[in-house]
Design a protein around this ligand. Structure first.
Ligand code: NAD
Length: 485
């Protein structure tokens, strides 16, 4: 084992879990064991909630300008530790080093936004009648939880932790049991940045901890990022306990390619979107709607895909189970009559035979009823469906149950606007393969890609992590007595 056994992080200390049950942490790059992660119990969660609740009494009373100083230092520490953070992400998640660096850079951008919060949460004051003032303030909630997936071990934790904590909350994070190493490192950096003990805590484990988070009366709000199946469970369970909840789920993102699209730019963007992070991005292109005569572009997409080589510029998928699942989807599509133009099955990287790699895969002549057209594959696979018109393409996009992202490739601005208006997704790209809104714009999908109101990052997160206090004050006797006295 390359690293010591993972522990929970409670009240500023790494502590063992109360259970001795563990799971191995395996590197998808070569199948080697990196560590073990404890399967904590409700007792461990309770200790973390007690630490967060006690810390909240002090942390929430500090002015926000003082609280964000920690995040200015944390941003500097993310930069200083870039190489170590990126290597941890690479080892435990399997993505390439340059993708891991990009992920940490995104964590830095998220932290910059957190540092800007004092400029964004200024309260509103208005003299509503002579001598009477109404005022609103954003007040933190208390102990809050953030449950995160495996695919972005650094970025997704940083979607929630800088904003929630800068706004005065104390957090319990539940990392994915597949990638717990990065979050532990973030805790160390937060401590070094001067975050008081108890403000940020980590409880490792599986569904038992997620359920305990939803049920615990000391947790006021739950944010979740992961698959739609679990997002639904978490949203229902947390709101049944009258908690605030925001649960982001899976995706099936459609790219529409029109005949007037720039061939080279389109091919490069489509190939990068479907294969980046081994296709394990909730913003990845997964289905392509080829409108009209675009064979010349499909040919170029295949050429670009062939330049993407597992173990070189393509990382591994998270597990053997995942590799088998992705390859089974490809085989099923082939058996149902689709044509495999580029086949990434049975990829083996020399010297890393136990790594779990799937090569880029382009499947043509997919029909909307096939599983590869409807379900989230979460691998470097794109399924091409042919349509005659934009409206036919939109009908397929609109019928899918998810709604994270959609993109169109065209040189026609009017047509792009037509598609922006009609696509049923929260984030739309024009000639952009991965239309992630960057800070200060907020991130969040529609339909079965998100449950709850608002988005998880950007300005929208202020509403999620705070409640409004409205005060009405009268100091001037001239105000007299009126109907609201
Ligand atoms: P997952 O749903 O399996 O796991 C997410 C978290 O839930 C983990 O911490 C896990 O321990 C926990 N969990 C798993 N099963 C559970 C259960 N039955 N009950 C309670 N908790 C459970 O997701 P994953 O495989 O880690 O991540 C990949 C998924 O996340 C994909 O579907 C991807 O699209 C999605 N994702 C979505 C976004 C978004 O912004 N919408 C971002 C990143 C990832």
């Amino acid at each position: 084992m390359k690293y010591a056994a993972i522990q929970n992080y409670i009240n500023g200390q790494f502590v063992p879990a109360s259970s001795t049950k563990t799971l191995p942490v395996i590197s998808p790059i070569d199948g080697s064991q990196l560590s073990v992660v404890p399967l904590s119990t409700a007792k461990d969660l309770d200790a973390a909630v007690r630490a967060a609740t006690a810390a909240f009494q002090i942390w929430s009373r500090k002015p926000i300008k003082e609280r964000v100083q920690v995040f200015f230092r944390y941003k500097f520490l993310l930069e200083k530790n870039m190489d170590e953070l990126a290597r941890l992400v690479q080892e435990e998640n399997g993505k390439t080093y340059s993708e891991a660096v990009a992920e940490v850079e995104k964590s830095i951008e998220l932290t910059e936004f957190g540092c800007s919060l004092p400029q964004r949460v200024t309260c509103a004051v208005l003299e509503v009648s002579r001598g009477v003032e109404c005022r609103t303030e954003h007040v933190p909630l208390g102990g809050v939880a953030s449950i995160v997936p495996f695919n972005f071990p650094s970025m997704v934790p940083n979607w929630t932790l800088p904003n929630a904590i800068a706004l005065g909350n104390c957090m319990i994070m539940k990392p994915s049991e597949k990638v717990p190493l990065s979050t532990a490192k973030l805790a160390l950096l937060l401590k070094e940045a001067g975050l008081p003990d108890g403000v940020f805590n980590i409880v490792n484990g599986d569904s038992e901890i997620v359920n305990a988070i939803c049920d615990h009366p000391g947790i006021e709000a739950v944010s979740f990022v992961g698959s739609t199946k679990v997002a639904k469970i978490v949203y229902q369970r947390a709101t049944a306990q009258f908690k605030r909840a925001l649960a982001l789920g899976g995706a099936k993102n459609h790219l529409m390619v029109l005949p007037d699209a720039k061939p080279d730019m389109t091919a490069q963007n489509v190939a990068a979107s479907m294969s980046g992070c081994a296709g394990q991005r909730c913003m990845a292109a997964s289905a392509m709607l080829a409108v009209g005569e675009v064979d010349h572009i499909i040919k170029k997409i295949c050429e670009e895909a062939r330049k993407i080589v597992p173990g070189e510029n393509l990382g591994a998928v998270i597990s053997k189970e995942s590799k088998d699942r992705i390859e089974a989807y490809i085989t099923e599509a082939e058996q149902q009559g689709a044509k495999i133009l580029v086949d990434g099955r049975n990829s083996i990287v020399e010297g890393k035979e136990n790594g779990t790699y799937v090569g880029p895969t382009v499947i043509d002549f997919v029909t909307p009823d096939m599983s590869v057209a409807k379900e989230e594959i979460f691998g470097p696979v794109i399924s091409i469906m042919r349509t005659n018109t934009v409206d036919e393409a939109l009908a397929i996009e609109n019928a899918n149950t998810y709604g994270n992202a959609a993109s169109v490739f065209t040189q026609n601005g009017g047509m792009a606007r037509y598609i922006i208006d009609r696509a049923s997704a929260g984030m739309i790209g024009v000639n952009v393969g991965v239309p992630v809104p960057r800070e200060p714009f907020s991130f969040g999908g529609w339909n079965e890609s998100k449950f709850g109101v608002g988005d998880i990052t950007g300005k929208s997160s202020i509403e999620f992590w705070t409640k409004l206090k409205k005060s009405t004050t009268k100091w001037n006797p001239e105000a007299g007595v009126n109907w609201m006295s």
